[in-house]
Design a protein around this ligand. Structure first.
Ligand code: ADP
Ligand code: ZN
Ligand code: ZN
Length: 829
């Protein structure tokens, strides 16, 4: 039906788990202010207001009566149409709704919802006068601590407070509280600068004469004047306190004296936000012979393929190649996206990139404040290759930086492409950022480079079949040999009774030797906590989680038992619940136990632990990595956190305490994963100066995967396993979709999943497997069952999607099934 000629329609994406978009109307005279990619406020349901994004504008009146668009929040669009295309692809491919994609894509500061909780930023100061309503709202928030937008709406007696909230967020005065991700405090460092009043030469003269009798303080002042160019620059710059103490003879007391006199200003600065001034950028390193060849090859392959896999051994200098490629793009006026699997652990790479590219490199961080994230969002949005202030853009970030509003991407780098943390597990969309990056690359006609020492089978398969280009780099920088790998048989050592706690004599001696030579050691154990379970020696009782089907892990530091699935914890019991015996023993070992043992064995060495528990405490992972990097720590014990792309110079020994649990994991990818993990951990040894040593403790020294690791033979590993993948219909030959059903009642969960499986079989036949209980069948009181679909590669998930959703809808609409939760995971990891 044609509408009245003065009415137009807009399809709006709303942040809801409902399929499709929703149509609203507006007057033709507002056409100028409403355009694709802008945020608007609309009413959905009886009373609720939502922020949505305009997806299309048209003249087709829908069957139902439309509501009007209430407000337009933006003067210009906050995303380009190219982002909306990516959203559509993600929603289609991963069977999510575009509203769910929108939720994942927008930083919370841009995503105002009526239930969003707003807080005032207490140490914010206005640099320009606020409007009356802004003042009122801000002081209300300061007294209340926090309030939801709907609360603010009602107290302000305005129908629509969103525009005011939006303006205060972008000024940094208020923030949106995020419930899901607990914010880790960002790391700060003390910095010193000279008080700007001493720019006045006379005051400085007076100060000099006052300090005449305090020789050390005068010297310190002179040093700072010199180092910070105090007299020559307009702005005052500062130096890290640590650097002053480390590289000079000045002491804490000297510094404190001048701070007390107000001559120096001591302030805590966030390390990530430091600006690297363009005058102390580092020269880019010359590529070595092998890197140069690889670099040329990459260029050649990019002429034919959009995507290239760089398969380069650990410490071959892949990062140096990335740097050259990035440099070319920036010089050509293009944007570059550098994806990292987990931003948390990659401060090292960020600082390497910052040193070379300075302010052109921007980090997009979930830990930044709303205002900071919006600032980066806007910089990317307003990228302009003709504007000298905003023309060079390298964005470094984890998977969510895919969603930034790029307009002119030239290159995407996916570092450590094999990492499973590229996959978002919860909530939907359950996307793999590596694969989405390739799609994003296509949308921009940009190139995508996947880099790793241990490719995922999927990417390697695509490279071998010519879908991607492949470039190999087989030599480490300086032609240092890959580490020498030794297997230490646990069976032997137990038989001989020669184990020292959890150390075989071989590993023990290797650690001892390294310490004697002033070298460092990394020890890997893929379990955190002290012991994975405890058991009554008398009756065999093992305490389990109340809410999940798993045993509780003993944490010595916290002196409690913890569930690693739901976070439940309880006091460490001093007797058995079943038989009252006091003989309750710890079983197995985690990183905490290894740390304890090391402190006993090597009392003179400084040991630190890097796992999720340790990362939460103190200064977290950054401090731990920095202290190890600077040699303050000699031994680092950790979970897979220590494997991710870290570059230390002085590590000569890497030990893997037990490779068995990696090899025996019941999953079709377990050998691939075991290889990746062991090769990556081993790759931390002997990176810069001389060949390193790796000791792998295992009861299966003859295991075939271990022999591939020893010979650094990824290709044979791949060739010998790929046949099975084909035979048993697994990726990369087939595509998997997991459907998980959850319910608190076990019988209902089973019944509904049987119903769904048989419904799906009607269309998909024997491509449907299950339902089955997964390894852990109950988590947080919900029983889980999984149905697995195996599709031939020529069936696109988008095609299967509507059948899938219909079947789910049908089963969910049965009376007893309404509270069943169904999740779809395409390409599960
Ligand atoms: P990868 O990313 O392949 O694991 P890196 O890029 O971290 O390897 O390189 C390993 C180490 O060798 C780093 O400390 C790096 O600075 C150094 N390095 C690599 N290539 C060069 C080069 N061409 N010139 C100088 N140093 C290099
Ligand atoms: Zn007992
Ligand atoms: Zn639990």
């Amino acid at each position: 039906m044609e509408a009245a000629s003065n009415i137009l329609f807009a399809d709006i994406i709303l942040p809801l788990p409902l399929n499709g978009t929703f149509t609203y109307h507006f007057l033709k005279e507002d056409e100028k202010s409403i355009s694709i990619g802008k945020r608007v406020i609309v009413q959905f349901g009886k009373r609720k207001l939502y922020t949505g994004i305009v997806q299309t504008i048209h003249t087709n009146k829908p069957e139902y009566d439309t509501k009007p668009i209430e407000t337009v929040l933006d003067e210009s669009p906050i995303i380009h149409e190219i982002q909306l295309k990516l959203w559509d692809w993600l929603a289609d491919y991963y069977s999510a709704t575009v509203g769910e994609v929108m939720k994942a894509a927008l930083p919370s500061g841009l995503k105002l919802e009526s239930q969003s909780n707003i807080t005032a930023n207490l140490n914010w100061e206005a640099s320009a006068k606020l409007s009356d309503i802004e003042e009122t709202l801000l002081s209300f928030l300061k007294t209340e601590n926090s309030a939801t937008i709907s609360k603010l709406n009602s107290v302000s007696k305005r129908r629509n407070i969103y525009p005011v909230v939006k303006s205060l967020i972008s000024k940094g005065a208020i923030s949106i509280e995020e419930k899901l991700s607990k914010k880790v405090k960002s790391k700060t460092k003390p910095y010193l600068s000279i008080h700007p009043k001493y720019k006045d030469g006379q005051l400085l003269e007076v100060l000099f004469s006052e300090l005449k009798r305090a020789n050390k303080q005068l010297e310190l002042l002179m040093y700072l004047i010199d180092e910070t160019n105090f007299l020559k620059q307009d702005e005052v710059s500062s130096l890290p306190k640590k650097k002053i103490i480390k590289s000079t003879k000045f002491t804490d007391a000297n510094i404190k004296a001048l701070v007390d006199k107000d001559v120096l200003i001591l302030e805590q600065r966030e390390v990530d936000r430091l600006d690297y001034q363009s005058n102390n950028l580092q020269e880019k390193k010359e590529l070595n012979h092998f890197q140069q060849i690889a670099f040329n090859e990459i260029h050649k392959k990019f002429l034919e393929k959009n995507t290239v896999l760089l398969h380069g051994v650990t410490a071959s200098g892949k990062t140096e190649i990335y740097i050259k490629l990035i440099d070319e793009q920036l010089k050509a006026g293009k944007q570059v996206l550098y994806l990292l699997p987990e931003i948390a652990l990659t401060t090292q790479i960020i600082s390497r990139l910052k040193k070379v590219f300075g302010e052109q490199a921007m980090v997009y961080h979930s830990r930044f404040s709303d205002a900071e994230r919006i600032e980066i969002w806007n910089k990317v949005l307003h990228f302009n290759k003709d504007d000298s202030d905003n023309k060079c853009q390298l964005i470094v970030g984890a998977r969510s930086s895919l969603f930034l509003p790029f307009s002119n991407l030239g290159l995407i780098i996916v570092d450590e492409e094999h990492e499973t943390s590229y996959k978002q597990f919860d909530p939907a969309p359950r996307y793999n950022a590596r694969d989405a990056a390739i799609v994003l690359g296509h949308l921009h006609a940009a190139n995508t480079l996947l880099g790793t020492a241990t490719p995922s089978f999927e990417s390697y398969f695509n490279a071998k079949n010519g879908k991607y280009g492949m470039v190999e780099l087989k030599t480490r920088h300086h032609e240092i040999e890959l580490p020498e790998i030794t297997f230490a048989s646990l069976t032997d050592a137990y038989k001989r009774k020669s184990m020292l706690a959890n150390f075989t004599p071989i590993l023990y001696e290797a650690v001892e030797n390294a310490l004697q030579n002033n070298e460092q050691v990394i020890l890997f154990q893929n379990r955190r906590g002290f012991s994975p379970f405890i058991q009554c020696k008398n009756c065999g009782w093992i305490p389990k989680c109340k809410h999940c089907d798993v045993s509780l892990t003993y944490h010595k530091f916290a002196n409690n038992l913890q569930c690693h699935y739901c976070g439940y914890s309880q006091q460490m019991p001093n007797h058995c619940d079943e038989c009252n015996s006091t003989d309750v023993q710890t079983k197995g070992f985690g990183t905490e136990k290894i740390e304890d043992d090391l402190k006993l064995f090597f009392p003179d060495a400084k040991v630190e632990r890097l796992d999720m528990d340790a990362a939460k405490r103190k200064h977290g992972f950054e401090g731990i990595i920095e202290r190890f990097s600077e040699g303050e720590t000699q031994i680092l014990v950790g979970t897979q956190m220590i494997t991710k792309g870290l570059d230390f110079e002085n590590v000569s020994v890497v030990g893997i305490l037990n490779a068995d649990n990696l090899l025996n994991f019941p999953d079709f990818r377990s050998y691939e994963r075991a290889y990746q993990l062991i090769a990556q951990v081993s790759g931390r040894a002997g990176r810069k100066h001389k060949q390193g040593k790796v000791i792998i403790q295992t009861t299966q020294p003859e295991h075939i995967v271990l022999s591939f690791v020893k010979n650094n033979d990824y290709e044979t590993l791949f060739n010998s396993l790929i046949g099975e993948r084909k035979l048993f219909k697994y990726p990369p030959y087939f595509r998997l979709i997991n459907i998980t059903l959850k319910h608190k009642n076990r019988d209902r969960a089973i019944l509904a999943s049987k119903q769904l499986a048989s419904e799906l079989r009607k269309t998909f036949g024997n491509r449907v497997l299950g339902p089955e209980f997964p390894l852990i069948s109950r988590i947080q009181q919900y029983y889980h069952l999984t149905i697995r679909l195996k599709f031939e590669k020529n069936i696109a998930p988008t095609e299967a999607k509507s059948y899938l959703l219909n079947a789910i809808q049908k089963v969910k609409s049965m009376e007893q099934n309404t509270s069943i939760i169904v999740q779809i995971d395409v390409d599960p990891i």
